[in-house]
Design a protein around this ligand. Structure first.
Ligand code: FES
Ligand code: FES
Length: 318
C-alpha cells in the first residue's frame, strides 16, 4: 500500500517518508522538533497530511505539534520554490544594503509583491537574521551556498553562478575520501560559514581530487572556524613532527598544487621527485601567498600579531 494523502493545491503527499522518519526518530513528545525538521527537509514545507500522520502514530498531540510548528520561523506551512534564497537582514547586512539586494532578487526572480515564491515555483525568497558570517556582509544563502558581499547589481551573476555550480557539482564524480592512515599528515580546511561564503568548498573539492590523483599519504579534514575568517579560504598542512603551515586565499588551482608541493607524487625516483617538488615550491610560494608557519616571526608578513594568534596556546592560569 502506498500511504498518500491529497494536500489542497499541491496534490498527493506520499506519507511513506513520514512513517520511516517516525521509525527512525521516535514517538515520544520530545521527538517533535527533529520530526518537523525531517519533514520540512524532505517536502520543503510541513504538509498538513504529514502532521496529522505524526499525531496519529506518536505520542505528540495536535496542540503540541501545532504550537512548535508555528513558534519557529524556520518552519514553512506552504510549499516553496525548488531553491530557497535567504537574505540576511541582521545588523551588519542591513547596514551593508541587504534591502537593496532583496529588492533586486525579487525583481530578477519575478517574485510578486506579497508573495515569497515565483509563479513557476523555482525560487522562494526568505528574510533571515544573522547567518554567522557578518565579516562578508551583506550575505545571501541559496540552498547550502553562502554568498558574501552580495550586491544588487550582481544579482543576475549571483543566480547564474549558483545554477552553474549546481550543474558542475552534479557532473563532478564524487571522490571517496581515503580512510585515515596511522601517522598520516593532515590537510585541515575550515568549512564554516565565512569560509564557505568565500568559496572554500571549491578548494576543498580540488584538494580531494588532487589527493586521490597523487595517492598522497594525507588525510583531508574539515575543521570549524579558526578565527581568521578575513583570510579565507585557508588550508593548514600538518605533517607529523613538523610545524604546521597555513596558507591563505587558496584558490582551487592552488589547492591542487599544494598537494603536489607537500606530498611527492608516488612512482618518481627520489631525485626526480625532489627536483619536481622544488620547481612546484617555487611556483607556489609566488602564488599561494602563504602565512609563514608559527615559530618564524622574522618572516611574518603582518607583524607578530598573527604569529601569536596561530601559535600553540599556553596556559596562563591554573
Ligand atoms: S548580520 Fe548578516 S551574516 Fe551576520
Ligand atoms: S569561518 Fe573559516 S576561519 Fe572563520
Amino acid at each position: 500500500m502506498n500511504p498518500a494523502r491529497t494536500e489542497p493545491g499541491v496534490g498527493p503527499v506520499d506519507l511513506q517518508y513520514v512513517d520511516a522518519a517516525i521509525q527512525r526518530i521516535g514517538r515520544a513528545p520530545d521527538a517533535v522538533i527533529p520530526l518537523l525538521q525531517a519533514i520540512q527537509d524532505h517536502y520543503g514545507y510541513l504538509p498538513e497530511a504529514a502532521l496529522r500522520r505524526v499525531c496519529a502514530a506518536t505520542q505528540i498531540t495536535p496542540a503540541g505539534i501545532n504550537g512548535v510548528a508555528t513558534f519557529y520561523d524556520m518552519f514553512r506551512h506552504r510549499p516553496g520554490g525548488k531553491h530557497i534564497v535567504q537574505v540576511c537582514h541582521g545588523t551588519a547586512c542591513h547596514v551593508g544594503g541587504s534591502e537593496r539586494v532583496e529588492e533586486a532578487l525579487r525583481r530578477h526572480l519575478a517574485i510578486p509583491e506579497g508573495s515569497d515564491t515565483d509563479a513557476a515555483r523555482r525560487f522562494t525568497l526568505e528574510r533571515v537574521a544573522c547567518l554567522g558570517c557578518c565579516t562578508l556582509a551583506p550575505v545571501v544563502r541559496i540552498e547550502k551556498e553562502t554568498i558574501g558581499y552580495a550586491a544588487a547589481e550582481k544579482v543576475p551573476e549571483t543566480i547564474a553562478g549558483f545554477l552553474a555550480n549546481r550543474q558542475e557539482a552534479a557532473a563532478t564524480p564524487t571522490v571517496a575520501t581515503p580512510a585515515p592512515r596511522t601517522g598520516a599528515a593532515e590537510i585541515r580546511v575550515c568549512l564554516d560559514s565565512c569560509c564557505l561564503a568565500k568559496g572554500t568548498d571549491h578548494s576543498f573539492r580540488a584538494l580531494q581530487q588532487s589527493l586521490a590523483k597523487h595517492g598522497a599519504n594525507a588525510t583531508l579534514k574539515r575543521v570549524g572556524c579558526v578565527g581568521a575568517c578575513y583570510r579565507t579560504p585557508m588550508v593548514e598542512i600538518a605533517i607529523p613532527g613538523q610545524p604546521s603551515i597555513i596558507y591563505e586565499g587558496v584558490t582551487p588551482e592552488q589547492a591542487g598544487r599544494l598537494v603536489e608541493t607537500h606530498f611527492r607524487p608516488a612512482g618518481l625516483t627520489p631525485r626526480i621527485s625532489q627536483l619536481y617538488t622544488r620547481i612546484v615550491d617555487g611556483l607556489l610560494v609566488e602564488d599561494a601567498d602563504a602565512i609563514p608557519p608559527p615559530g618564524r616571526p622574522a618572516d611574518a608578513k603582518d607583524g607578530a600579531g598573527d604569529q601569536a594568534f596561530f601559535r600553540r596556546q599556553v596556559h596562563i592560569a591554573m
